[in-house]
Structures are given as C-alpha cells and as structure tokens.
Design a protein around this ligand. Structure first.
Ligand code: SF4
Length: 559
C-alpha cells in the first residue's frame, strides 16, 4: 500500500475480484447473472477477476470431498449437466484411529466426517471449469496478474495494483520491465484463500480482526496411481492418531478416484509446541503405517503439494465488509474445519457477496453501511448456521486429541449447549516453545526420518511433483525483515523451525564452520509452493509472504 496509483496505467472496472478460486469465481458468476436480470450487459457493468497463477487452478489444492450444497445453489442443481468435472460420488465412509502398527475402526462415523451425498473432486479442475462459466457470462479473467497492493483512500478500498514484472534480484528493471496496472473499482472483493497477502494487510491496517485470531493447519497432499482394484472410486477414509502425538490436532484422508487414482493427505494443526516438528515429515511417516503401506505398494506418485487450511471458523472471521470492499472464502474463515470442508461455504460466501454488490450497484452506493448488507445476508444464511453450530469444536481440541473428542462429542450431542460461549484461541506461533524448555523426547515418534524415495519422498521430490518454479532473477517474494535474528536468536532459541515447517525446503541456515558469526539464512524462493506456513509460524513475525511477480509457483492441475 505504498505505490502511487497515478504513476501507472489505469483500468477502471465496476467490480474487482482478487483470486480465482471457488469464492471469487462464484461471486463473479452469480453477480454477472444478477446484473443480467437487471438488464445490465457486461459492457455496462464490468467485472474483472485477477489471479496470481499463470492459469486458473494452478495454485489451488484441496482434498477434496465437496458438499454439493453451494454448487447446487450456484447452478440451480444443474452443475453436473453443465459439465462440472467430478471424480466420483462418495460411496463409503470409514474412520480409523491409528496406532504405530494397528488401526481401530470407529464403530460409528462421527457426524462431522459423514460424507454421504458428497462428491470427490479435484478443486483445481473445478476452478478451471468455473472460470469458463464466468467467461461465458462476460467476466474478464486476468491470469498471471498478482494483486500486489490495495489502492486505499483513507479507509476506503478503491481497487488494487498488480505486481510490476521484469525486475531483477537487485530490484532493477530488466529489458522486459512492465509496470503493474492500477485497477480502480467501485467494489473490491478479496477472495485470496488461506492467509491472503492483501487480506492480511487490510485486516491489520483497518483492525478488522475477529474475536479470535485465525488458527491454521498445514495440509500435505499427494495423488497416487494404484494397482487395479486397490481402492474404489468414491471410497472415503479418514484417520486420526499416529503419527501425531495426542497433544497435536490433525489427521489423514484417503479418497478413491477413477482410473485407480487416490488422493491422500495429512493435515497437522500449527498450534504445536515443539519447534522440531515437521508437518511434511508427519505426512511421510503416516504413509509408512500398514494401512497406507499396503494401499500404496506398487503404486506411483503422480502429484504432490501443500497448503494451509484456516481452521478457526466462526470466531476467527474478520469484519467481512468496509468502504469499497468485501472479504469472502477461506480468507474470511468460511471453512468448516471439523468437516474438512470449505468449498460449499466458499461458493456460498461468494454468492452472498454478489447479492450485496448487486444491491450496491443498483443504488450506486459502496460505503461501509451499504456493503454491510453482505454481513446481514450471511447471518440469515445456512452457512452462518453451519459455522455457528461448530463455533467451538476446533478449539475444543486445543488441550489434546482425547479431551477434544470427548468435548466435541458432548457439544454435538447437546447441540452446542456446553461451551456455548467463545473459547479463546492464540495465534499458532505463540504455542511454539523454546528448545531450552523441551525435554529430550523427539517431536514425532522415533529417530530422524529418512525417505526411501519410493513410498516416502523428501521435500525436493515433493516440489518436483508440485511442478513449482519461480524465475530466479527477481526479488524473493519471501521477505525476511531481519536476517540477523535467523542466524542468532532464532538459531539459539528455536533451532530455526523454518527449516522444518516449510514443506518445500525453501529455508536453509547455511553454517560457516570457520566463522559462526557468518552463518546465514539462505532462501530458495524458487521452490515455494505458496502454502503460507512460514508467514504464520515464524516465531518472531519477521517473514512476510508476498505475491511473486512472475506468476510462478506450483502447477496443481489435477489436485
Ligand atoms: Fe510454504 Fe513459506 Fe515454504 Fe513457500 S516458503 S512453501 S509459503 S512455508
């Protein structure tokens, strides 16, 4: 929020949507249809979506079992007929508690993990399809245009500036230099997903924080091709327990897809205490359990990736509106963490934002009071009812898995009558303990982990399977404000946890044996898969994830 927008090429639109995920594209589609019913053509009312990936879908990763409630509403029940790519309807549900060598099947699937009526999908493919639907309605989709800064006029958001392209690593313009465009809009809708960089800036600047801070998990996902008959399309399995200690919240998923493929993944909550913990390693260990080992034997890893999941739910929602702006989707904490579902709520939040914007456009008013209609619509909708019912369930697990299960079970059984008031939460990084306060026990369950390269892989192999790459000769999009802290205080106090919590081996403290004072944090920004874990978990708050200018990052088509 520092550039002068008047120094740049200017583009004026009525509505600017930042982020072409399910929330942003649903907002665009629903709004375009609403405006059509008001007799407005795309020429009269312009809607633009900017997306940081070179192609829509490349930066989108999810499990995913989709609850069809949102997409049913968006397409009036005709999404399958209209060609939405789906992998399989859910055919069966099972939940296992894992010990290191055994599995115990839950006799009854907990209500939050029942998926009957759901659909296994690849969200990156669904997003590409939504993009086509939006374009058919006259929406302009600008791929490879990361929103770098908001245009602010006091507390009013007046649009966004896209990143300058063609700058070398020293910050000097190259021959290919192209300045970013200042896109001015009557309404800007932030739909950047988990830990969006513009959303973060705006929430801090205008103090839009919800009652609780956002809390996160980091999900590591892989897609495998398996020998015939190993898993049925639509077979859904969730696991709890090993390899996480009972003090940590998280678990795994296995979803059957057609063609003998399976989506597997593991989410570790980031409110863990031990700085030696490594969410990527937890996922690899999980694959060595007999349940996974027998499933994956003889199979082939096709794709890999990682992303954070905003788990805070209702109490972590920021103010959703203000002068000239709305916030929707994961960035506004619409995900239901206990159900591991956020697609239907993201779609619905985008639709509600569209309805509020249609009213604002009709009255030519875009102030905070007018746009608060979005909040009113939300509070009358099923998505509010769903998030309110689950408002304390994730926080119930903060004191450990077994206590959490008991408290969550009681809350569900009593319809939220216990723990009805807000259960507070702290930012994830505040839970991390200094190494001097740790006992001798390692973070997970044994000696240091060595991937075998077949069943288990290392972080660089995962980056390869994510297809992640950034141009080397550009400023790093990972901004560390004080590298001295990394080499001194963080080394001593936390043992540089960035080397472990980053799933892409971006951060490496390079030792200088002859001169320890010359040790330095090396940042391999090209590896980054845009999961945002570092922006959340750095214990000193000195790492800021920003959008890379080159539209680099993972290429998640099929994830
Ligand atoms: Fe994730 Fe940060 Fe590592 Fe990129 S650098 S992969 S955002 S933890």
């Amino acid at each position: 929020m520092t550039s002068n927008p008047d120094d740049r090429d200017r583009l004026d639109v009525d509505v600017l949507i930042v982020g072409a995920g399910p929330a942003g594209l649903s907002c665009a589609i629903h709004l375009a249809r609403l405006l059509k019913t008001q007799g407005k053509s795309p020429e009269e009312r312009s809607i633009a979506v900017i997306e940081k990936a070179a192609e829509v879908g490349q930066h989108i990763l999810s499990g995913a079992v989709m609850d069809p409630k949102g997409i049913d509403e968006l397409f009036q029940g005709r999404w399958k007929e209209e060609g939405c790519p789906i992998e399989a309807p859910v055919k069966s549900d099972a939940v296992y508690f894992l010990t290191p060598a055994n599995k115990i099947r839950f006799p009854v699937v907990p209500p939050t993990l029942r998926n009957h009526g759901g659909w296994v999908v690849s969200l990156s493919r669904v997003a590409r399809w939504l993009k086509e639907k939006a374009e058919e309605l006259g929406v302009t989709i600008c791929e490879g245009f990361p929103g770098r800064e908001l245009i602010l006029e006091g507390e009013k958001v007046a649009g966004a500036i896209t990143a300058d392209k063609g700058i070398d690593r020293q910050g000097r313009p190259k021959a290919s230099f192209a300045p970013g465009t200042a896109i001015h809009a009557k309404v800007t809708v932030l739909c950047e997903g988990s830990r969006g960089s513009l959303t973060k800036q705006l929430v801090e600047r205008l103090n839009l924080h919800g009652p609780n801070p956002q809390i996160y998990g980091t999900g590591i996902k892989e897609v495998w091709e398996l020998p015939e008959g190993r898993i049925e399309p639509g077979e859904v399995i969730h696991t709890a327990g090993w390899p996480l200690p009972s003090s940590c919240y998280g678990g795994g998923w296995i979803y059957g897809m057609p063609g003998g493929r399976a989506s597997i993944g593991f989410v570790s909550a980031l409110d863990y205490r031990d700085p030696r913990f490594d969410p990527f390693e937890a996922m690899q260990r999980w694959k060595t359990h007999p349940l996974l080992r027998s499933l994956l034997a003889g199979g082939k890893l096709l794709l890999a990736g990682a992303k954070t999941v905003p788990e805070g739910g209702y109490w972590s929602q920021p103010r959703l509106y203000g002068d000239g702006f709305l916030i929707a989707g994961d960035g506004a904490s619409f995900l239901n963490a206990l159900r591991l579902k956020g697609i239907h709520t993201a779609i619905k939040s985008g639709m509600l934002a569209a309805e509020a914007i249609a009213q604002a456009l009709a009255r030519d008013r875009f102030d905070r009071e007018m746009l608060s209609e979005y909040d009113r619509l939300y509070r009358r909708s099923w998505v509010h009812e769903e998030l309110w019912r689950m408002r304390n369930l994730r926080q119930a697990f903060q004191s450990g898995f077994f206590q959490g299960m008991a408290r969550a079970g009681l809350m569900m059984a009593l319809g939220g009558k216990i723990l009805a008031d807000r259960v507070p939460a702290r930012p994830d990084a505040e839970h991390m303990m200094k190494t001097s306060k740790l006992g001798a026990a390692p973070a997970a369950d044994g000696a240091s982990f060595r991937p075998d390269g077949v069943l288990t892989i290392d972080k660089l192999a995962s980056v390869y399977h994510a297809g992640s790459i950034h141009e080397e000769d550009q400023p790093s999009h990972l901004v560390v404000s004080d590298l001295t802290i990394c080499a001194t205080r963080c080394r001593e106090e936390y043992g540089n946890p960035c080397e472990r919590f980053c799933p892409a081996k971006v951060y490496e403290l390079v030792e200088a044996p002859e001169n320890p004072a010359a040790r330095k944090l090396h940042i391999n920004h090209s590896n980054c898969v845009h999961c945002k874990t570092c922006d959340i978990m750095d214990p000193y708050g000195i790492i800021t994830w920003t959008v890379p200018a080159d539209a680099g990052g993972p290429k998640y088509l099929g994830m």
